[in-house]
Design a protein around this ligand. Structure first.
Ligand code: WT7
Length: 626
């Protein structure tokens, strides 16, 4: 970490930024965050104005825009119908094989209204849950927006999760409908998502009445269940457009499952009002979106990044958002740069793992393409190492595009610690909290640590897009975020330091959560998948640094008596993980061992496993049993 080298924005960036006089804005927002957010909320459309901006009487369950009535659909689509934006392209979709689709704001609006009518007609009511298991195609956005329009709660499950993982989430949310697609495309392969859904629905999913299937591929799929219906057939029906539901600002808009430190995923709940305010304000200021921008966030809609910054954020801002179904280095390694140049992308938001991969492919690849359209770059998902940051800055941004290294989480809903285009940057630092947010680095007693010292990253008070709760598990909400350190602060689970200039440097997770290529997955989830294999008795999973993926998982496995470790068995266990959680969790390394280090109470000490594996000091081993 080099904390005294600044990268200054150009005069042009400062002059044209949506945020002006940022130092003044920061100061005023710090003095009165509620006033700051109240002002931000006024940039959006409300069906009825709130009576109280912020209420902490039931903390840590905070309320924003109390008694306000709104619907995020109004802000993402309805309000653009009255302006010239309606004719503009909302979604530019491209498939890996080069197929293309374009939807204007008007066309997207019509599709969403039609699909909202379909859902309503199938009995979906306000408050009902709809599971979404789609690839990165426009129907994800259509489904999400159709749900929120009628007040239904969507639960998007990333298509890299297995049938079992999908089943768990459908069951937990008691979803009425699942929306999926026949085939999806990835690295030249076709994957039958419909088949995965069928497998998920074999057990424990009685709540599902219908599986709506988007026809996207050419190959046939099994359609024998009476529950299966084609999306395009349903969309042919002439149905009256339902009214946009009047939602309370605090009513849930969606659930998104994420990994905690235990094996069971957490259903993070976000509500209409605060979420839309936080996402809109951040996308306008951090990514500095202008009316005619082409914006590309390379994440998948199945993650929070996709929810906030592929679907809701860009649509609320009325820009053109790119959806690309496929991997960015296929069929050519420079696919991503070729697309940036072809679509004249102005703002690119991607992840450190991809930046490192691209840097590995070489400097000459981006140099082949005219990427002069780029104005702002973004990074998210894991700490960006200074080397990758500098490569991105130099070879992609040509030393003139500021990099917005945005730190946030599924739970925060919006960027929390992030630079703004006019601020001086440091390579590898996520700068300071967004205006109106108070973050700090504290020790286990909740006391601020000194400059340069490591500690727990916390957020004090609330922010508009804060999760409301964990779905039907408010105790776990309190336990996870508010019970571990004193002082009533939101515990993020990350470690950080603050330097002498007040810049935050995020160091990674403090808890047992891994970040593999920026995908969040817990050690415990992988361990429980491994021990559910018939040959395994116990398993301990650790993260190991990896030059491209940031981190990979390694498992230490004790076999049941009668089983012998072999290459074959390693393959089998990997396949088993793939089936239980999904390809994103497949453990790169598996080692068979006789014993695992444990505490006297029987908990596997992953810290000790990791230290041994990486040849580091063992640290405090006083609680070690053996
Ligand atoms: C965790 C949240 C919301 C973004 C997608 C991931 C890590 C995220 C950064 C960053 C360092 C980062 C943290 C965080 N993380 N962005 N810019 N610098 N670390 O959302 O799956 O909820 O994961 O991702 O560890 O806690 P998520």
């Amino acid at each position: 970490m080099k904390d005294d080298e600044f990268y200054y924005p150009s005069e042009e960036v400062v002059k044209n930024a949506n945020i002006q006089n940022y130092e003044k804005v920061y100061k005023e927002a710090a003095k009165d965050p509620v006033k700051f957010w109240e002002k931000a909320a006024k940039d959006l459309t409300w069906q009825k104005k709130w009576t109280k901006t912020f209420d902490d009487s039931k903390k840590p369950f905070y309320s924003w825009f109390v008694n306000g009535k709104c619907n995020i659909f109004d802000n993402a689509l309805e309000r653009h119908q009255k302006t010239a934006t309606r004719g503009k392209i909302a979604i530019l979709w491209e498939g890996e094989n080069g197929d293309k689709r374009k939807l204007t704001y008007k066309e997207l609006y019509n599709e969403v209204n039609k699909f909202a009518a379909v859902l309503k007609n199938m009995g979906v009511e306000k408050g009902d849950r709809v599971a979404v298991y789609l690839s990165n195609i426009p129907e994800v956005a259509i489904t999400m927006l159709a749900c929120v329009k009628i007040g239904a709660i969507h639960s998007v499950v990333y298509a890299g999760f297995s049938a079992q993982a999908l089943r768990k989430r459908i069951k937990d949310a008691q979803a009425k409908i699942v929306v999926t697609v026949d085939w999806s495309y990835r690295r030249g392969k076709v994957i039958c998502l419909k088949k995965i859904v069928d497998e998920a629905l074999q057990e424990d999913c009685e709540s599902i009445s219908h599986s709506i299937v988007v026809n996207h591929g050419k190959e046939k799929v099994d359609f024998s269940s009476p529950r299966d219906v084609w999306y395009h057939e349903l969309m042919k029906k002439k149905l009256p457009v339902p009214k946009t539901e009047v939602m309370d600002a605090e009513d849930p808009a969606f659930i998104l499952y994420t990994s905690g430190t235990t094996g069971t995923p957490k259903g993070v709940v976000h509500a209409h009002g605060g979420y839309m305010v936080g996402v809109y304000r951040t996308i306008k200021w951090v990514f500095d979106l202008k009316e005619n921008d082409v914006y590309w966030c390379t994440a998948d809609p199945g993650w929070i990044t996709g929810h906030s910054y592929i679907v809701y954020g860009p649509l609320m801002a009325g820009v053109t958002t790119i959806q690309y179904e496929g991997v960015p280095d296929f069929p050519q390694e420079d696919r991503i740069w070729e697309m940036v140049s072809r679509y004249k992308v102005n703002v690119l938001y991607t992840a450190p793992t991809l930046i490192r991969l691209m840097a590995k492919y070489g400097d000459d690849l981006p140099a082949k393409h005219d990427m002069s359209s780029l104005r702002i770059l973004g990074s998210v998902g894991e700490p960006i190492n200074p080397e990758a940051w500098k490569w991105y800055y130099e070879h992609i941004g040509k030393n003139r595009c500021p990099i917005m290294d945005t730190w946030w989480q599924t739970e925060t809903g919006m960027n929390i610690i992030t630079p703004l285009p006019p601020v001086p940057l440091k390579a590898g630092s996520a700068y300071r909290p967004f205006p109106g947010i108070i973050a700090d680095v504290v020790d286990k007693d909740g006391k601020s640590v000194e400059v340069g010292k490591g500690g727990f990253l916390v957020i004090k008070g609330s922010w508009p897009a804060q999760l409301k709760t964990l779905y039907h598990n408010p105790q776990r909400y309190i336990k996870t975020y508010y019970d571990k350190i004193p002082g009533g602060m939101y515990l993020t689970g990350d470690l950080a330091t603050k330097d002498k200039d007040g810049y935050f440097w995020i160091q990674g997770r403090a808890d047992d959560v891994l970040s593999i290529s920026g995908h969040r997955i817990s050690n415990a989830e992988i361990e429980s998948a491994i021990v559910s294999h018939e040959a395994v008795s116990e398993a301990g999973v650790i993260g190991k640094p990896h030059p491209v993926k940031g981190e990979i998982a390694k498992a230490f496995v004790i076999l049941k008596s009668g089983f012998k470790g072999s290459e074959e068995l390693i393959k089998e266990i990997k396949l088993h993980i793939r089936k239980t959680i999904g390809p994103l969790a497949v453990t790169e390394e598996i080692e068979f061992v006789e014993k695992l280090p444990k505490t006297r109470s029987g908990k596997i000490m992953r810290r000790v496993l990791r230290a041994k594996e990486l040849g580091e000091e063992l640290g405090d081993t006083s609680t070690l049993e053996d």
